[in-house]
Design a protein around this ligand. Structure first.
Ligand code: PRX
Length: 661
């Protein structure tokens, strides 16, 4: 698509078709506005009504919102329930029990199906195995698993016995895993011998061994190992158990343990603006309520849909819209083990055809890479498959550029399917700004309007509302049920990071910039305003990468990391590094750059590897010694330096930082 066309289409509006509107449970924008008005009139009553309708309570709640210790808000606090009972047991004795809960497709294309009744039996059995290992309500369990049914079963089994799960994405390194195990104080780790991705067998258990060997993980009493492949794995006697051994003889009946509404369902680590990842803690009832409600509103889900969210369970999207929302709703969903480009870049389209997927939820990075592949190889273009089953498309994780939006809309959705560009975060738990399929008129590149019941605004640094058309900071002014409750073990950091006193102390700061359209009031996210990067929809803190680089003490004296725009990955990581010895020549520079990339992969994971590394005798600093990051961002982008460099202590440095490795 040409530049000019892309600029033109950005202002185009795609209202729902009559068929989409007729399907939707919310009747048009009038219906949407009525919900927003209901929430504005009495926010607690709005959510209380839905919590009663959508959740199954062991003990009903009588209080809705407790803000007496704001910003530590509590929702439905005197109620009791169980998340797994809300996803599985509730369907027993209804027609849903025979419905397929999960259609699993493995990396090599094998398909298996699990009904709701079977899933309940598997979760119960696993829950009994966890109990037999001594796991108790309130204990923390780490998952380091491949994408698959077993991961979801393990998460649900933890929830069933009131244990708090913490899933670590299988691409994180041993060091990153060790830090998370230690921080959360896990008693048990669930992993697999290997994971299959793109035809390759990649170790997981070995990385768990390395993590535990680093020390500080004395809380871990047991490692359970899912034997995903037939390849042997090293067993540490007295500590490790294969799944077969752990599950042997366990009953497939296990009564769900009731927990308080505020009981921590999970802790999920994410990057912030300091070097240490934050353990985002979510509460059982509020989380479950909002993921289920948004699943139905945003995707306009109905019982005959086949839902497919391509996110891994290691990220929030895989928690909210794979492990919990579809099950709570009684949906049939596809879970895919592999990668979009194996055996070729037609894999997603082939799977949509094969499983008759009707709601397809994926990330802009995946779309962009598949556009590129289809442009250079016509045999992987989506037109080669029958995509008539599709009804709704979704995007998540990063801004979707209008070119990618239009391609997705035309080539995948055949101009029949709304695209819901869902803005949200690990901390929000569920969609907070998004179009509702069949309701909201769409504008490419805009996440449109707030979810009813979420009070989103754009403000300046003193908390004043910005007029439409002017950019500012995205905030949420009132609590919402699926909000982060605290940072695990660090309530002070929670308050400081999200509820700055300048904004009144009770207003949630999202960390993103945003602007509203003058005419429509639609939101457009302009990107993070803190030191967090978004690489292929994965969150990465610049400080985290800097800490990893300077930890290579034999080579690195100082490092600064910034992001720059990238056509494929959204943002790319650029590192500016001061070495302890001079670079001899280009070959030497390339060799050092490789060493540093490998090092970062080992410290954090391959997703944190800098795309570009530049070396200098120093970094551009002010006379007071502050690194001029804005200048580094301009250098990384390849822009002319327009900033005032007169305050630079060492202007000559700029010339050195041209060479990229
Ligand atoms: O910058 C925003 C971006 O992703 C950040 C949240 O990342 P994470 O907690 O990993 O959750 C990702 C999946 C929900 C946000 O602060 N982001 C997420 N969705 C969008 C987005 N940016 C623009 N448009 C979106 N739809």
């Amino acid at each position: 698509m040409s530049e000019i066309e892309s600029v033109l289409v950005e202002n185009r509006v795609f209202p729902p078709t009559a068929a989409q509107a007729a399907h939707a449970r919310i009747q048009g924008m009038a219906g949407y506005e009525a919900l927003c008005a209901e929430a504005a009139a009495d926010l607690p009553a709005f959510w209380a009504k839905r919590a009663r309708d959508l959740l199954v309570w062991h003990k009903p709640f009588t209080q809705t919102l407790d803000d007496s210790q704001a910003p530590f808000y509590r929702w439905f606090a005197d109620g009791e329930l169980n998340a797994s009972a809300n996803c599985l047991d509730r369907h027993l004795g209804t027609p849903v029990e025979r419905r397929t809960a999960i259609v699993f497709e493995s990396d090599d294309g094998q398909v298996s199906r699990v009904t709701y009744k079977e899933l309940l039996a598997r979760v119960s059995r696993f829950a009994n195995a966890l109990k037999a290992e001594g796991v108790q309500k309130g204990d923390r369990v780490i998952l380091y698993m491949p994408m698959g049914v077993e991961g979801v079963v393990a998460m649900q089994a933890c929830a069933r016995i009131g244990a708090t799960h913490s899933v670590v994405f299988g691409g994180f390194s041993a060091k990153a895993l060790q830090e998370r195990i230690q921080d959360v104080g896990a008693v048990l780790v669930i992993t697999a011998n290997y994971q299959m991705r793109g035809g390759k067998e990649l170790p997981l258990k070995r990385i768990v061994d390395d993590a535990l060997a680093m020390g500080g993980c004395d809380s871990v009493r047991r490692v359970l190992v899912y034997e995903r492949t037939a390849t042997a794995w090293d067993k540490v006697d007295g500590r490790d158990k294969g799944f077969a051994e752990a599950l042997a003889g366990q009953s497939d009946q296990c009564a769900p343990t009731p927990v308080d509404a505020e009981h921590p369902l999970f802790v999920l680590y994410t990057s912030g603006s300091t070097g240490k990842p934050k353990g985002v803690q979510h509460a059982t009832a509020g989380f479950l309520l909002m993921v289920r409600q948004t699943f139905e509103w945003t995707f306009d889900w109905a019982a005959d849909d086949v839902f497919w969210c391509t996110a891994d369970i290691g990220w929030i999207t895989g928690h909210s819209y794979v492990a919990y929302a579809p099950l709570a709703a009684g949906a049939t969903q596809v879970i895919f083990e592999g990668v979009p480009t194996y055996p070729d870049a037609g894999r997603f389209w082939q799977m949509i055809e094969r499983h008759k997927v009707s709601i397809f939820y994926t990330a802009p990075t995946a779309i962009r890479s598949l556009i590129k592949a289809a442009d250079s190889d016509a045999t992987v273009h989506p037109r080669n498959w029958n995509l008539d089953s599709l009804r709704v498309l979704g995007s998540v994780g990063e801004p979707i550029n209008p070119e990618a939006w239009m391609w997705f809309y035309r080539e995948v959705g055949h101009e029949r399917c709304p695209i819901v560009d869902t803005f949200w975060q690990t901390e929000t738990g569920a969609h907070v700004i998004t179009p509702l399929a069949g309701v909201t008129p769409l504008v490419p590149g805009s996440c449109t309007l707030p979810m009813p019941g979420v009070d989103v605004a754009i403000v300046d640094e003193s908390g004043q509302d910005m007029p439409k058309g002017s950019g500012g900071m995205l905030v949420i002014r009132k609590p919402w049920p699926s909000m982060i409750r605290t940072i695990w073990g660090d309530p002070e950091r929670f308050k400081k990071a999200y509820f700055p006193p300048e904004l009144g102390g009770g207003v949630y700061l999202a960390g993103d910039g945003a602007v509203r359209d003058v005419k429509t009031g639609y939101f457009r996210i302009t990107g993070r305003i803190d030191d967090v990067l978004n690489i292929s929809g994965h969150r990465m803190g610049t400080m985290e990468i800097e800490s990893a680089l300077v930890a290579k003490t034999d080579l690195v004296a100082e490092a600064a990391v910034v992001g720059r725009p990238d056509d494929l990955t959204g943002e790319a990581i650029c590192a500016f590094v001061v070495l302890k010895r001079p670079v001899k020549d280009a070959a030497d520079g390339a060799a050092i750059a490789k060493t540093l990339r490998d090092w970062v992969a080992q410290e954090i994971g391959p997703i944190a590897k800098p795309k570009e590394i530049r070396f200098g005798d120093n970094l551009p600093k002010t006379r007071s010694g502050k690194i001029m990051r804005r200048l580094l961002r301009s250098l990384a982008k390849g822009d002319a330096i327009t900033q005032d460099t007169s305050t630079l202590e060492n202007p000559a440095i700029l010339g050195q930082l041209d060479q990229k490795y």
